[in-house]
Design a binder for this molecule. Sequence first.
Ligand code: ADP
Ligand code: MG
Length: 229
Amino acid sequence: INQRVIKAEKMEIVSHLASSMSHEVRNPLAVVRGFLQLMQVTTVSEKKQREYLSLSIEEIDRATDIIQNYLTFAKPSPENAVRINIEQELKRAINIITPLANINRIHIGTKLESCFILGDPQLLQQCLLNITKNCIEAMPNGGELFIETYKGNGELMIVISDEGEGMTKEQLSRLGEPYYTTKGREGTGLGMMAAMQIIEMMSGKLSVTSRVNEGTNFYIRFPTIEKQA
Ligand code: ADP
Ligand code: MG
């Protein structure tokens, strides 16, 4: 009986998510369509054209982001859990965000150890990117993003910290709430929700500390496994 209840609940969640995802993806698509149509039916200056194109790209990225973060829920258990080399995965994530960090004059400092955990590497990447992107976005005037790992007592701790705008107690308490964003149209409010879901799926724990105008620290803990398990 328990099994069926859980399954029915899951189905309900998935169908609810599917409908909110299609609803949300429709907005950026409509915006892109509007720009394309405008360029089709009227002659617009080259300057305007470039503006419309870059806005369209932003909207498409937004749609991709929404789909990506909703997908986390579509496959709620990490069936393809494998041994993950954390140092390697963090380096991979750092490579991906480096261009974005450079544009924003953000230096990335690291202190990484080799360590193994169990989980889905793709989901872990998504989690790391969602968190580090927020850190970069919290430092519009540049700064340092620091990524460290510590291991001990069968546990790995990843610490991701920024020197950004930080959060008030109230903002911090809403972190991870679906659609909670302080970024207006630029934000989706889905990034932390997905990151938290992924950490939980991988038997991890997240804690966050933050100070307004000083920065934010994300502490992610995972159980470690032996290297030649
Ligand atoms: P989005 O980035 O689309 O706004 P998220 O779920 O990724 O959605 O983040 C939700 C909100 O949490 C952000 O809008 C921001 O207010 C806050 N936040 C998340 N990470 C940080 C951070 N590193 N520093 C300051 N605020 C943050
Ligand atoms: Mg975000």
